[in-house]
Design a protein around this ligand. Structure first.
Ligand code: FUL
Length: 479
């Protein structure tokens, strides 16, 4: 009896140390926290625009004091359709604008402030930037999002208990008048040594959920999307979409930047990272940075260290004093678009023969990895120690990018893997890597190979991958 039991165990691979087979129910059950529908939809967006605009644009400041004359805000040719057209042509999926930055100035005629577009000369005080931009986004099929800074250096009630009500009402104005809103951005910056104010975030979240239940809420620690700990565009090489937030807060109370950068491997909540970075040295427009717009090389690198590291990219393109996106910025955005299109036009893995050392069942065959659909996936038959996926390209092909995607709807599972290519004689290493998540882009100098091998060396549960792509990025044009 005992012997039979051991034989059966060995047959199932249970004793072998090579891992163990699991039932489909086990493999396909969510592992740890998983994205809700809105977080999942948000993750598919990958790349969208941030716009910083307000009195700072006209005073050449990054942080306005709140005592600026509202009349300084006077764009002469403001055209929100030009912004939306540019974002669309850049391949971005949305625009998030600073409806209210730290100086308190509202880009809409708020009832709860006397420091708004209404007090400016722009359109004789009759203008409303949010109205124009939300309409332009609809026209161009883009989603619309808002940044509102809780820190307010202008509002007289800031620093008193009433301020939380005022801020909640301001949020309500925005969320009830300009929706649908896909993302609410809460800034963690808060003037140290200035007036003290404890923010009532639960109250603010309630307002957002009531009017735009589909909106994802961003702050240092979520609840839906987290900051990734720096403003240079570089998410952690290891990047879990999970975070432990119990006992933490926004700003000074946030987890260390290093933790936000990588997430927590066993974090209790699904809180993926968003990379916010500016195309110029500052967040607001300044003529002094016209010649300092990031290069194509820098932008592609940022794309790889954000979208390519399981994060979404929120790229700031500040509007200038005329109320337009400056040609230097839009030229660069188009260069990046062309470069990415040229890179990802042809998936060299399409049509290749894909095999796996383990496969759960017919419905989850390795061939699914190249069907171009994130909804279908290959599933391993269990959490084995070493799992090999081999792509036979049929002939030697030159490539310098590989991307992989996990089927994140059932959790983030892969913790380490390596990539290799067949040079005709042997498998040669491309590199060793850690997490995958929604998307991982591997970049390396071009190699020529007829096969690619992905070896998953560590997984927290049976790995589920939806896509693998192989590409050749063109040479960077001389800068
Ligand atoms: C920071 C702010 O202080 C900057 O001005 C900018 O808005 C950036 C996106 O977030 O915390």
């Amino acid at each position: 009896m005992k012997r039979k039991y051991l034989v059966a165990m060995a047959l199932m691979g249970l004793c072998s140390g090579a891992g163990f087979a699991q039932s489909a129910n086990e493999v396909l059950k969510p592992f740890g926290p998983v994205p809700n529908k809105y977080q999942y939809d948000w993750q598919q967006m990958e790349y969208y625009m941030f716009i910083h605009f307000g009195p700072n644009t006209f005073t050449d400041k990054e942080w306005g004091h709140g005592d600026e004359d509202p009349k300084v805000f006077n764009p002469t040719k403001l055209d929100a359709r030009q912004w939306a057209r540019t974002a669309k042509a850049a391949g971005m999926k949305a625009i998030i604008i600073t409806a209210k930055h730290h100086d308190g100035f509202c880009l809409f005629p708020s009832k709860y402030s006397t420091h708004t577009v209404r007090e400016s000369n722009w359109k004789n005080g009759k203008g409303d930037v949010l109205k124009e931009l939300s309409a332009a986004c609809k026209e161009y099929g883009l989603k619309f999002g808002v940044y509102l800074s809780p820190w307010d250096r202008n509002h007289p009630s800031y620093g008193t208990p009433e301020y939380n009500d005022i801020f909640a009402k301001t949020l309500e104005e925005v969320h009830s008048n300009y929706g649908p809103i896909f993302e609410q951005w809460f800034d963690g910056a808060k003037g140290e040594g200035e007036k003290k104010q404890d923010y009532d975030f639960p109250k603010f979240y309630k307002v957002v959920r009531k009017h735009n239940p589909q909106a994802v809420i961003f702050s240092d620690i979520g609840p839906d999307i987290r900051w990734m700990g720096n403003e240079s565009g570089v998410a952690g090489e290891t990047n879990w979409a999970r975070l432990d937030t119990d006992g933490f807060g926004v700003g000074a109370d946030a987890p260390p930047a290093k933790v936000l950068n990588t997430g927590n491997e066993d974090g209790k909540y699904w809180i993926p990272a968003e990379v916010d970075v500016s195309i110029r040295p500052g967040w607001f427009y300044s003529a002094s940075t016209d010649s300092k717009v990031k290069t194509l090389q820098q932008l592609e690198s940022i794309y790889n260290t954000s979208v390519g590291r399981n994060a979404n990219l929120l790229l700031n393109v500040p509007v200038d004093r005329e109320g337009l996106i400056h040609p230097n910025d839009s030229t660069r955005l188009m260069e990046l678009r062309r470069y990415l299109d040229a890179t990802y036009k042809t998936n060299l893995a399409k049509g290749s023969k894909v095999t796996a050392s383990t496969t759960l069942d017919n419905a989850h065959q390795a061939q699914r990895l190249t069907d171009g659909r994130v909804e279908t996936f290959w599933a391993a038959a269990g959490k084995e120690e070493k799992i090999t996926l081999t792509l036979d390209l049929g002939k030697p092909v030159s490539f310098n990018r590989i991307f992989l995607q996990e089927y994140i709807q059932l959790g983030q599972r892969v913790r380490s893997f390596k990539a290799e290519y067949w040079d005709g004689n042997a498998f040669q290493p491309l590199g060793s890597y850690t997490t995958i998540g929604h998307k991982r882009i591997l970049t390396f100098p071009a190699v020529t190979g007829s096969k690619i091998r992905i070896v998953i060396e560590g997984a927290k549960a049976a790995p589920l991958l939806s896509e693998i792509g192989v590409y050749k990025a063109p040479d960077m044009p001389a800068q």
